[in-house]
Design a protein around this ligand. Sequence first.
Ligand code: C5P
Length: 206
Amino acid sequence: MIIAIDGPAASGKGTISKRLAKHFDLPHMDTGLLYRAVGFAMRDDLDHPNWEEKAVTTAQTLELSHYHEDDLTTAEAGIAASKVARVPEVRAALQTAQKHFAHQKGGAILDGRDIGTRICPDADVKLYITADAHARAQRRTKQLNDRGVDVTFDEILAQIEKRDADDRDNPAGAFYVAPDAHLLDTTKLSIETAFQAALELVNSVL
Ligand code: C5P
């Protein structure tokens, strides 16, 4: 069974994916981490004239285990990830590992932006998880404040809107909703209710 989960930043797709993976005892890949690792590795080089070439080499030789998750989950790594994700050869280099993971024996859950459209167009279940930018910014601000990070709602909302805009006009055309994806809008849902709704959608197609 392959479950493909897509959606914008802070939509709840990560938490829902992890919980579905636990529920169905399936391996899970957060594909955003691959782009974040390339972005993080490239953080000091993104203004260089030939940065794309270096980003492609970084993607081709990426060893995710060499990175610390704390470095990859920062807002800066997210913005750098969006930038490197616009390079078609970077996307191509990261595709192989994702497709391989998806097609392992027993199935898998992957979450990202193009899982249902490009990585696993053959997925058994596709979910597109979204929420309005305000709700996403509120959740992310609370998450960071709870971790002791001093950020304001306005800062986070601006970051989320910037990343949405960058992702929306990605020239690699990566982000559109698969026509056969089930839409789940989590704007007004608690994470528990959102998970239950996702679980019902998955169960309804199995
Ligand atoms: O999901 P997350 O917010 O961690 O992703 C970081 C960035 O990586 C996204 O804003 C997007 O630009 C890029 N990404 C992508 N394709 C994926 C996953 C993430 O282009 N499958």
